[in-house]
Design a protein around this ligand. Structure first.
Ligand SMILES: [Zn+2]
Ligand SMILES: [Zn+2]
Length: 76
């Protein structure tokens, strides 16, 4: 029974995190809203690249690039 309860809790947690992820536009907002699980991939709303700094923080400027190691991006 304990395993079932834990699974239920974990499912609720994932549902909460997924719901939060739907409501925010970037990783920064997700973390500030209490998100910590990687329930979805955040992409820049303008260029659609995950390594664009805007995907990490909407206050950063869209570079239109998916190059690794961009300033402000949490992706390498
Ligand atoms: Zn944001
Ligand atoms: Zn972009």
């Amino acid at each position: 029974m304990k395993v079932t309860a834990d699974l239920k809790k974990e499912k609720d947690l994932w549902a909460d995190q997924a719901d939060l992820a739907q409501r925010v536009d970037c990783i920064d907002c997700f973390h500030k809203g209490g998100g910590f699980l990687r329930v979805r991939m955040f992409l820049c709303p303008i260029c659609g690249h995950k390594r664009c700094p805007k995907a990490t923080n909407h206050r950063l400027k869209c570079t239109g690039s998916n190059e690794p190691g961009q300033k402000g991006s949490m992706y390498e």
